[in-house]
Design a protein around this ligand. Sequence first.
Ligand SMILES: Nc1nc2c([nH]c(=O)n2[C@H]2C[C@H](O)[C@@H](COP(=O)(O)OP(=O)(O)OP(=O)(O)O)O2)c(=O)[nH]1
Ligand SMILES: [Mg+2]
Length: 130
Amino acid sequence: MNYTKVAIGILLKKNKVYITKGKYKKNIWEFPGGKVKKHENIVHALKRELLEEVGILILKFRFFKYVKYISLKKKLKLYFFLINKWKGEPYSKEGHVYIWIFLYNLKFFNFPLANDSVIHLLKKDIHFLK
Ligand SMILES: Nc1nc2c([nH]c(=O)n2[C@H]2C[C@H](O)[C@@H](COP(=O)(O)OP(=O)(O)OP(=O)(O)O)O2)c(=O)[nH]1
Ligand SMILES: [Mg+2]
């Protein structure tokens, strides 16, 4: 089984972060993003997925963390980006539940296991997220 590359955008606004309900498991939250297609690079996929899923054009972003995740069902290479500036009003174009929550409340939400290290970093120190 080959690795699937995934580009994920962590939208930050003041001390809040945009999270959305995963498509398949209703009690799992996720950051917007998706699979990198064959012909595209990670940043191209990030921009495409955020436009498709959240309706925004990302303007200011930076690479945050790479996570390699292996389970019985899937092998993922996840590339997480912090997004601080965008054009448009974020909302779920796919009609999924989405909310802005304070970073320190991330502990109350279930995320995929692969996100653990990223969630830990986001809760730790808000200031370096600029
Ligand atoms: N979007 C997103 N996917 C995540 C996160 N953490 C995590 O392990 N994943 C996994 C779930 C999926 O197995 C994989 C790809 O995510 P996805 O289902 O959003 O991919 P996609 O948007 O291209 O999917 P699709 O709707 O086009 O079928 O990454 C996360 O925070 N956000
Ligand atoms: Mg997606």
